[in-house]
Design a protein around this ligand. Structure first.
Ligand code: AMP
Length: 602
């Protein structure tokens, strides 16, 4: 293992490295720095984010440029504004003893004239996002005709984001004999094509294998019914009290929804996705960086360039469409020499994707069980005990001690400890005491038939609805209709069964109030649609047939009478929708009035 001195860096850089507390070069630095220092060459480096790649190209660039000249000599292109700022910041830190150095960040969403003015002062290095850079070139606000070193950072991400033409255009304004250093976490065909087109005989280095995940990250998957995803997420969080995580969802809508549900359930969470304004995204990211948010729920696009080093867990709430995206997700943890865990919540139909991810990342997943209530209570209790054990005493309490002692005169130590811990523990205990087992087996057929243990506790409510086949509904259409009307996720309505003039469906018990209030005085295509709780709450098919026929007559008739007396006021309905926002709870039917466990860290 070499030292930074061995790599041949100059005193100014070594001093900055020492100030930063870097003790030894990371693998990518050890491999890239000597090559870039010793030769004028192009380079393709396959390295994940968080491996220290900014310094791997940054140190050599700083060493090679002439700080006494005001000419722009280095150009670093990065996919996102966040990453652009992060690189600029790191370059400034690395070059803090390089007198006269000026590194300028060029990115969208900020004043172009200010950026142009900073460049005019003489920027030896420009760090830019492709869109804004192209804009500046076309407005002749920047001259990159004397660039000697160009870096394409996170090249795969830039191409994923559709920057290929911008990059081509930008590079066409740079000299042919410059050196290009391309850094990418993965090597899809597009990146290989770019390398071939713009680079001359590049040297290649690989940190780990292509697409391979960092050795600091362990991979786990949890097999649950699709509709238990959210409960599983909460359990994973509760079982890791000090979690500091990014939770990945596939769509902006799911991202927003999961974040909102977590916040509503008392977790410190925030959403990060493309429908938020830049300002909103900055606020969320700032809170996350300051650890005021423990769970950042994000889309893949928005999470690009998250520059936070100590993320403990990445949670794949849903798997990405592209298997390679998983590498990027899991690379958000296990950075800067720390260890991390990448967790995947999968349903049975997705479990085969785990195998193809394993092939890509060249690592095995461990199948783990979603912790049960007792596990979580124990973890929370011990976490609290440790926290108390490590708490510094606040001596302001001293003056109240005699009153407290009087109060507890007759309480012995064990009893006192039990009482003390019960304050926090009981909330978790009450919440989880009836918690169901969320795990399903690889081979079990429960997923297909609805997944719930209907013979046992009733976790779900079965409804009767007076529309069916003759109204144009099959089970899929009815499921879509209900999801849309009630603004529910795709797993929230299940066991949908349509008959000719009526149908049945299930939701979690927590949604009962919302469903029933929504369908009070509800009209669809001119006809009243009526929803009632079915007496056969579990939803056994044979019973439905019998009960259903009866219900069709009884309930629709009964409701019609009720409707006559009802106001039919739409605003009433809307109000009740708002009031009946689903309150998720994890402990089945008995949990209605039990307070949710709140995160202890806020
Ligand atoms: P990067 O992959 O460039 O985003 O770097 C990830 C993090 O690792 C940054 O916070 C760097 O400051 C830090 N880092 C880079 N090189 C080293 C090193 N040799 N030792 C410790 N930390 C490092």
């Amino acid at each position: 293992m070499s030292t930074f001195q061995d790599l041949g860096l100059n005193e100014d850089l070594l001093q900055a490295i020492s100030d930063l507390g870097f003790t030894k070069p990371s693998e990518v630095q050890e491999k890239a720095i000597p090559i870039l220092l010793e030769s004028e060459t192009d380079l393709v480096a396959l390295a994940q984010t968080g491996t220290g790649k900014t310094a791997a190209f940054g140190f050599p660039m700083l060493e090679k440029i002439d700080v006494n000249s005001r000419t722009t000599q280095g150009l670093i292109l990065s996919p996102t504004r966040e990453l652009c700022l992060q690189i600029t910041n790191e370059m400034k830190l690395y070059g803090k003893y390089c007198k006269g150095l000026n590194v300028v960040a060029v990115y969208g969403g900020s004043s172009i004239t200010d950026q142009a003015r900073d460049i005019k002062r003489g920027a030896q290095i420009i760090v830019a996002t492709p869109g804004r850079m192209k804009d500046m070139i076309s407005r002749r606000l920047v001259d990159i005709s004397k660039i000697q070193y160009s870096v394409l950072d996170e090249a795969d991400e830039m191409l994923n984001m559709g920057f290929k033409e911008d990059i081509t255009d930008i590079l066409s304004h740079t000299p042919d004999d410059k050196n290009t250093w391309l850094f990418s976490a993965t090597m899809p065909r597009e990146v290989a094509r770019i390398a071939k087109k713009f680079m001359h005989d590049p040297q290649e280095i690989t940190v780990g294998n292509k697409n391979e995940s960092s050795s600091n990250v362990s991979h786990e998957y949890y097999l649950v019914n699709a509709r238990d995803r959210y409960q599983a997420l909460k359990r994973l969080s509760d079982a890791n009290p000090d979690i500091f995580s990014v939770v990945f969802c596939r769509t902006k809508r799911d991202t927003q929804k999961v974040a909102e549900q977590l916040i509503e359930d008392g977790y410190s969470a925030g959403a990060l996705h493309g429908d938020l304004s830049q300002n909103q995204r900055d606020l969320v990211m700032n809170s996350f960086r300051k650890k005021q948010i423990q769970m950042l729920v994000a889309t893949d696009v928005a999470a690009r360039g998250i520059d936070v080093d100590d993320i403990t867990h990445v949670i794949n709430y849903q798997l990405p469409d592209e298997t390679e995206t998983y590498t990027h997700r899991s690379g958000r943890t296990g950075r800067a020499g720390k260890t991390g865990v990448s967790m995947v919540i999968v349903s049975k139909s997705e479990v085969r994707k785990i195998k193809s991810i394993e092939r890509i990342i060249n690592k095995a997943f461990e199948k783990k069980d979603i912790p049960d209530g007792a596990d979580i209570c124990e973890v929370q209790l011990m976490s609290l005990a440790n926290k108390i054990h490590n708490t510094e005493i606040n001596h302001e309490i001293d003056k109240h001690l005699s009153s407290i002692n009087t109060l507890f005169e007759d309480t012995d130590k064990d009893e006192l400890i039990k009482k003390f811990f019960s304050v926090e523990f009981t909330r978790f205990y009450n919440y989880y005491q009836k918690a169901k087992n969320l795990n399903i087996s690889d081979t079990g057929s429960r997923e297909r038939d609805g997944g719930r243990n209907y013979g046992g506790k009733n976790d779900s409510t079965r409804y009767f609805i007076n529309v069916g086949g003759k109204d144009g509904f099959d089970w899929m259409k009815l499921k879509d209709f209900l999801k849309e009307q009630l603004d529910l996720g795709r797993d929230d309505v299940f066991k949908v069964e349509t008959k000719d003039s009526f149908s049945f469906f299930n939701t979690e018990n927590e949604l009962k109030e919302k469903v029933l209030s929504y369908f009070t005085d509800f009209k669809y295509e001119g006809r009243f649609v009526n929803v009632e709780v079915s007496e056969n709450r579990g939803g056994g098919r044979r019973n439905d047939k019998r009960g259903g026929g009866r219900r069709d007559n009884n309930h629709s008739g009964g409701r019609r009478e009720h409707r006559k007396g009802a106001s039919g006021n739409r605003s009433d309905r809307r109000r009740s929708e708002g009031d009946s926002k689903p309150r998720r709870s994890d402990s089945g039917s008995g949990s209605g009035n039990i307070s949710r466990p709140r995160r202890s860290r806020r």
